[in-house]
Structures are given as structure tokens and as C-alpha cells.
Design a protein around this ligand. Structure first.
Ligand SMILES: Cc1cc2nc3c(=O)[nH]c(=O)nc-3n(C[C@H](O)[C@H](O)[C@H](O)COP(=O)(O)OP(=O)(O)OC[C@H]3O[C@@H](n4cnc5c(N)ncnc54)[C@H](O)[C@@H]3O)c2cc1C
Length: 475
């Protein structure tokens, strides 16, 4: 059903809607953004050094101090806390630890009841931390809508709802009319409604709030401080930074999709760019024309899917669809802006909500997703258990990063917890092949997924092979 809005043929209204879109992240483009903290100069010691100030690093630092308030914790962040994926995502804070129920049921069928319970606890505890620490990040447990925009997407909905209900979720299949009563678009032909399992958050404010909570708990955070090298330093590990270094008994790596300090992580993670737009605030009449019930976050059900939500001041964030891998795994600031993707997203937005004709976008940006072949986080240790890492959340890490932080702390403490015994935690994804085969395989998969969407979901031989190898993607 999706329409190709190639850069060569951007319709006038679509181009005009983007004319004033700033290449900035809406969530971080706020007047009360915190000032950067000073970089590390000189050499310091710590019990625990954390590399990366996204949600993974921030949760690890905060939870470490909650477990042991006397622990001396240092966090090194290459830029400013929350500038990367953690501050520029859709803000869907899901209970799922497995990138959704479908992916979890395929990969960890026996473990799913336990994973779902642990995920629900994790989400509840995120809510509690937000409340107790006074983090004003719009945390709102709205549940979620999954919207079918083509008849082929309706096929699996009843089965998905049954599986979800068997795992304790409140899931309801909606026909076209019921779906349009939730949120009105002429393209919506049905869907699924979950009333739990997901909270909407303002991710930038969550990152800033966690950063403040860490500072209040005594964590020393150094911003604009990239860790350049990691080495064994006898009883501890050492991290080298541009103007100094840290020697620490334990180290956690929460560096997401960026070039890891531990080479083995690079076998499992590729950086995939995802893009989003935010509109100007809608008027009362525009908002009413959508009939958006309960401000539930929503996504559609193609392989290439959009996610969309309201902000506190009634803008719409509209993102997803194009997931772009730059050959060789290139990461560059310039790639966070991609006009052809912005135009495609805007065209899809107005096709979905024609009643919003004339609305402008104020922000347009991209961010990097740490993608792995099983689409949910993996974990590991190195240096005889003195270093722990987690990565690979693949687009659903807002909630799962906190769980990952608990896993890494369990690993460093060598405590025998339910979490550590999970297959999810003990197993690794299938590694990506080395370049240049890696780029070829990823680009082939992307084009096959797009073709499947155009062919009523029919998967070609390549996707069927990946499915058989347990590497297939199906939202
Ligand atoms: C556009 C977009 C939309 C998304 N939407 C959602 C969503 O709605 N829901 C959801 O659950 N997930 C979503 N995600 C995914 C989610 O944002 C991530 O899974 C999550 O934020 C990962 O957090 P992280 O801390 O592991 O990584 P990041 O936030 O990427 O943080 C890693 C940090 O490490 C730092 N770093 C790297 N190397 C070094 C070094 N050597 N020294 C010091 N610092 C270093 C980086 O500067 C960075 O700040 C989205 C992602 C994107 C990009």
C-alpha cells in the first residue's frame, strides 16, 4: 500500500511541510536542557567505571548506587548524556525484553512467561523510579496500538492476541471501525489494542532525570570524555581518555551502536539509522479530527513500519519506515539528516492523516539503532568477569536497558540470580559476517523486506532462508 515518494518527485505540500523543520532532536531541543559537565582531566580511580551515558550506562550507574550506596562510580560519556539513541527515540517504553512478543515466542518460547513477568516488573520499577526521583518525563502507562494498513496484515492478529492473552496481556483485536474509533485514518483497516505493557515517556527528559539522580547519588559523570582504550591493569582495568584516565575494579560498557572498546561486540552489532519527524502543536480542531483515544502510542504492522505518538503539547512524532545501513557500518553526524527519508515520512504522514493537511514539521532527525540478528539485547563478560557489556536492543531499548543494567550488575557481582540463568542472557545472537559481505547481506535483507510489504507480505526465498536460520524479521 505504501507509496514511493522518491526525492525526485516530492509533491509541493510535502516539501512545504518540511520547509521549516530544524535538523534537531525535538526531545533535546528544550530551553531547560542541562549544561554539559566538565570533561575528565587527570587520572582517577573508581570501584566501577561505566562507559556510555545512554540509558544503559545511566541505569547501571544509578542501580549500582542503589545496591551499594558506598560504591564509588564513574561514568564516561563521549558527548553529553542522552545525546544518542536514548535521547532521540520514539519514547515507547515497553515491558518487552524481547523486541515484542512475536520475536520472543520464536526465540525463547519456553522462557516467555518468565521474561514477560520480569519485563512487567522492570517497567513497573521504571515508573517507581521516575516517581520517587521526581523525574518529570511524562511517564504514562498508555498501552499500545498496532495498526493494520493493508488486508494481509490482518491475518495473524487473532492468533497474536490469543498468544498475548495466554501471557497475561489485555489484548483486543479491532476491526476497521473499532480501530478508527481509537485513532482515525482512512488507511486503517484493523489492529490490536494493548491496554498495558507499554508506557510513553519523553526520552530526553528521562535521560536528563537519570543523569541528575546519578549525580545526586554521588556518581561522578564526565561528559565530552570518550574512552579511547581499555586495558588490563593488574587488579583492575584501565580506561584512557583524551586528558586522563580511570583505573577501576570493574567496568561496564554501554556504548550502544558505536565502535566498541571490546572488539568481539562488533561481531554482533550493526549501526542502523532510523528517522523521525515532529509536527508543530496541533490545534484543538486538528486534534479532535484524529479522535486519538487515551493518547496511546501506535505503530503500523508492515515489515517497514511507522511509529507515532502525541507529545505533551499535542505535536505528533512520526518516525520509522526507512531503516538505513550505510555500507561499511559508517557512523557520521551528517547521516542524522536524510532529506529523502524526511520527505518519504512526510508523504506517508499526510496519506495517513489527510485531515491534517497544511500542518508543518518543526523537527527532523535521525539516530542510530544497535541492531543484532535476534533483535533483542545480548550480554557478556570479559577480563575474567571484571567487565560486563550489553547491546543489541534493536529499536526497543528504552525499557530493556534498565533490565540489562541489572543483568550486568548481577554478572559483575557473580550473584546467581533468575536473570543470569535466562537463555536470553546466556546465549548470543548469530554474528554478522565480516564486511563487505555484511553490507551486501543487510542491503539484500532490506530490499527483500520492502518487497514483501509490496507483495501482500509474501516473503521471498532470502527472507525464508533467514527465517529458517532464526534471523528473519517480521514486525
Ligand atoms: C530514532 C530512534 C527511535 C527509537 N525508538 C524507540 C522506542 O520508541 N522505544 C524503544 O524502546 N527504543 C527505541 N529506540 C532504541 C532505543 O533508543 C535504544 O535501544 C536505547 O536508547 C539504547 O540505549 P544505550 O544506552 O544502550 O545506547 P545510546 O543511547 O546510543 O548510548 C550510548 C552512549 O555511549 C556513548 N559512547 C559510545 N562510545 C563511547 C566511548 N568510547 N566513550 C564514552 N562514551 C561512549 C555514546 O556517546 C552514547 O551516548 C529508538 C532508537 C532510535 C535511534
Amino acid at each position: 500500500m505504501r507509496r514511493n515518494a522518491g526525492a525526485a518527485a516530492i509533491p509541493g505540500p510535502v516539501a512545504r511541510s518540511l520547509a521549516n523543520a530544524a535538523p534537531r532532536v525535538y526531545w533535546l531541543d528544550q530551553p531547560d536542557a542541562p549544561e554539559p559537565l566538565p570533561a575528565l582531566t587527570g587520572n582517577v580511580t573508581a570501584d566501577l567505571a561505566i562507559v556510555g551515558g545512554g540509558f544503559t550506562g545511566l541505569w547501571t550507574a544509578l542501580l549500582a548506587t542503589e545496591r551499594d550506596p558506598s560504591l564509588d562510580v564513574v561514568l564516561l560519556e563521549a558527548r553529553t548524556a542522552g545525546w544518542a539513541a536514548s535521547g532521540r527515540n520514539g519514547g515507547f517504553c515497553s515491558a518487552s525484553l524481547t523486541h515484542g512478543l512475536g520475536n520472543g515466542l520464536v526465540r525463547f518460547p519456553a522462557e516467555m512467561p518468565l521474561l514477560e513477568r520480569l519485563g512487567a516488573e522492570n517497567l513497573r520499577e521504571i515508573g517507581q523510579t521516575v516517581t520517587c526521583r521526581g523525574i518529570d518525563c511524562g511517564f504514562s502507562p498508555t498501552g499500545e496500538l498496532f495498526v493494520a494498513t493493508a488486508p494481509w496484515q490482518l491475518a495473524g492478529l487473532a492468533e497474536a492476541a490469543d498468544a498475548a492473552r495466554a501471557l497475561g496481556h489485555d489484548a483486543e483485536v479491532l476491526d476497521a471501525a473499532a480501530m478508527r474509533r481509537e485513532l482515525d485514518s482512512p488507511l486503517f483497516v484493523g489492529g490490536l489494542r494493548y491496554t498495558g505493557g507499554n508506557a510513553m515517556v519523553e526520552p530526553g527528559r528521562l535521560a536528563w532525570g537519570l543523569r541528575r539522580a546519578c549525580l545526586e547519588a554521588g556518581v561522578r559523570i564526565y561528559e565530552n570524555t570518550p574512552a579511547r582504550a581499555l586495558a588490563d591493569a593488574g587488579r583492575g582495568l584501565s580506561l584512557t581518555t583524551p586528558y586522563g584516565g580511570v583505573r577501576a575494579g570493574r567496568v561496564v560498557l554501554g556504548t550502544g551502536a558505536f565502535r566498541p572498546l571490546l572488539r568481539r561486540i562488533a561481531n554482533f552489532v550493526v549501526p542502523v539509522y532510523d528517522y523521525a519527524l515532529v509536527t508543530e502543536p496541533l490545534s484543538g480542531a486538528q486534534l479532535a479530527s484524529l479522535g486519538w483515544k487515551d493518547r496511546r502510542g501506535a505503530s503500523d504492522l508492515g515489515n517497514q513500519f511507522h511509529y507515532f505518538r502525541l507529545t505533551r503539547d499535542n505535536r505528533i512524532l512520526w518516525g520509522g519506515y526507512d531503516a538505513v545501513y550505510y555500507n561499511g557500518g559508517r557512523i557520521h553526524d551528517e547521516q542524522a539528516s536524510r532529506p529523502e527519508t524526511f520527505a518519504r515520512l512526510a508523504a506517508h504522514f499526510f496519506a495517513t492523516f489527510p485531515q491534517l493537511e497544511g500542518v508543518s514539521f518543526t523537527h527532523a532527525w535521525g539516530g542510530i539503532i544497535d541492531t543484532c540478528t535476534r533483535f533483542c539485547a545480548f550480554f557478556g563478560t570479559a577480563y575474567r568477569g571484571r567487565l560486563a557489556y550489553a547491546a543489541g536492543y534493536t529499536g526497543l531499548g528504552v525499557g530493556a536497558t534498565r533490565f540489562a543494567a541489572q543483568v550486568m550488575l548481577d554478572m559483575l557481582e557473580k550473584s546467581d540470580t533468575e536473570r543470569r540463568r535466562l537463555t536470553l542472557v546466556r546465549s548470543k545472537p548469530v554474528p554478522f559476517p565480516p564486511e563487505p559481505l555484511r553490507s551486501a547481506v543487510i542491503q539484500l535483507t532490506r530490499s527483500s523486506l520492502a518487497r514483501a510489504d509490496r507483495r501482500d507480505g509474501r516473503r521471498d526465498p532470502w527472507l525464508r532462508l533467514l527465517d529458517r536460520l532464526g534471523m528473519g524479521y517480521d514486525s
